[in-house]
Design a protein around this ligand. Structure first.
Ligand SMILES: Nc1ncnc2c1ncn2[C@@H]1O[C@H](COP(=O)(O)OP(=O)(O)OP(=O)(O)O)[C@@H](O)[C@H]1O
Ligand SMILES: [Mg+2]
Length: 470
């Protein structure tokens, strides 16, 4: 919605809200789509009328600083509840002038509320990014259409309570869910957003990977996690049944958007879908999964596929430019074509390959990868990761192997795990980041280092086993 239409809409809603000033407390408000409204409700006021009046009252106070006459007119008309004739008389103006002034005053009020809303949205966005630990915002290629379609499905569909983003590893399912959560037009439709990750594997030091046979996310674990995210008072709900009742009450009271990332196994679906179905409406769920839920008729499934050649080329050029690889950034489509032919349009695989091109010549990187042609995506990843592994010096390999133990870790944690000095560790981290084997997140004071799930799988399934065997 452009600014003009949203301002017109806001003016209309403010007028309606002013007319309702003296109505009894109620659950809805013409301003309930505003972040300002959500924020006040989050502070504990449950009465929609009272929250709305507080927003209007504060805006009227600001209006009075510059436009005292207009603010007075609105106060008399709506707060004191006078008919327009009486207001005009009291202000010593004609009736038509009074109506014109009221229109102008509402326009000014809308401008004030709009500015406060922008501020509230930007504060909400910052706190959301921090609370959900979202990765830094990067350009996402070929996503516009996906975001448009899914945003509409999630917001507007009355019947669809669960949306699943599906596709192979590394295609961008988590990145798309992140983009959706960041998309203000979507997140403001909800009271709040919650993000839960279903963990698939347990890492046991010295043994390696233990694939979980049981569900990654049990009903009880999900209930506890959600109650925790909702800051629910745990003292009132101790038994599983009490917790379930409390969670249902909270999720039915307000519409939340709950993202469950990596809900992969059949055990997970069978266990969780009945619970999610009960908890939904007005709350909605968004899942990401490498497996399809198409066999469930009440789930909206959205498949991600590889980037097409054109988008792949744009993506390669972008990845090259952030690494300062000017030859690759300026390469023609014909020069980039061999990369697409060997790697395809899987963003994570492309990122890793561009990382390798920053260390070795393109022909050499692609030459070795040709062996992986025609293999499954898992085999392609294995090839790519082993190739990257061979480019690492022993210290970087050591740091890399420690990463599953320090997911989302800070430097102090890595220093303790690797027993390296800060300079040596810094160099190794730089090397790993250049090859896209780790992602650096957070700000300057608080850097965090993460690895992608597929990288973790490689380390735990391949590299650590090989290391133990060697
Ligand atoms: N369209 C895209 N444009 C730019 N970068 C992308 C795009 N899609 C994915 N990426 C990047 O590729 C990497 C892999 O994406 P992501 O983690 O979302 O994949 P995934 O499908 O969730 O994988 P998995 O199944 O392993 O969880 C991330 O670094 C992500 O930012
Ligand atoms: Mg993912």
């Amino acid at each position: 919605m452009d600014t003009l239409t949203s301002l017109l809409k806001l003016e209309g809603n403010i007028h309606t809200a002013l007319k309702m000033w003296h109505e009894a407390s109620n659950q809805t408000s013409p301003l309930d789509y505003l972040q300002l409204f959500h924020r006040s409700r989050n502070r504990g006021t449950d009465n929609a009328r009272q929250v709305t009046n507080e927003i209007l009252f504060e805006a009227l106070r600001v209006l009075a600083v510059e436009y005292q006459g207009e603010a007075e007119l609105l106060r008399k008309r709506f707060l004191d509840g006078l008919v327009m004739h009486a207001v005009a008389n009291q202000l010593n103006i004609g009736l038509s002038t009074a109506y014109r002034k009221q229109k102008e005053a509402i326009r000014q009020l809308a401008l004030i509320i709009q500015e406060r809303e922008h501020q509230a949205r930007s504060e909400y966005q910052t706190s959301l990014e921090k609370r959900l630990k979202l990765p830094p915002e990067t350009p996402l290629f070929g996503f516009d259409n996906h975001v448009d379609v899914l945003q509409k499905v999630i917001v507007s569909s009355k019947t669809c309570w669960l949306v699943s983003i599906e596709g192979l590893g590394g295609l961008g399912k988590t990145a798309l869910a992140t983009a959706l959560v960041r998309h203000s037009e979507l997140s403001y439709q909800f009271y709040d957003v919650i993000w839960v990750s279903a963990k698939q594997q347990d890492y046991l030091p010295g043994i390696g990977l233990e694939q979980k046979a049981s569900p990654a996310l049990t009903r009880e674990a999900l209930t506890d996690t959600l109650l925790n995210e909702l800051n629910a008072d745990s003292s009132v709900a101790k038994s599983p049944q009490e917790k379930y009742t409390l969670l249902t009450k909270l999720l039915k009271q307000d519409a939340y958007l709950i993202v469950i990332d990596n809900l992969e196994t059949a055990a997970d679906y069978q266990n969780l879908l009945p619970l999610l179905r009960e908890l939904a409406t007005p709350t909605k769920f968004l899942l990401t999964s490498r497996h399809s839920l198409r066999s469930y008729p009440d789930v909206y499934c959205h498949s991600l596929t590889e980037l097409d050649p054109e988008m792949t080329h744009c993506f390669i050029r972008h990845e090259a430019s952030i690494r300062g690889l000017s030859l690759l950034t300026n390469a023609s489509d014909a020069e980039l074509k061999p990369i697409y032919e060997v790697v395809g349009g899987n963003p994570l695989a492309l990122k890793l390959v561009v990382g390798q091109i920053s260390v070795l010549p393109l022909s050499q990187v692609l030459g070795s990868l040709k062996e992986a042609r025609g293999k499954t995506i898992d085999e392609l990843y294995n090839f790519i990761y082993w190739q990257a592994w061979d480019m690492l010096d022993p210290v970087s390999q050591r740091v890399f192997l420690m990463m599953p133990l320090a997911q989302d870790g800070e430097v102090e944690q890595l220093l303790a795990l690797t027993q390296l000095d800060i300079d040596t560790l810094g160099e190794a981290l730089q090397h790993l980041a250049r090859l896209s084997l780790i992602q650096v997140q957070g700000n300057l004071e608080e850097r965090r280092y993460t690895i992608h799930r597929l990288t973790e799988t490689f380390l735990l399934n391949e590299a650590i086993r090989w290391n133990i065997a060697a």
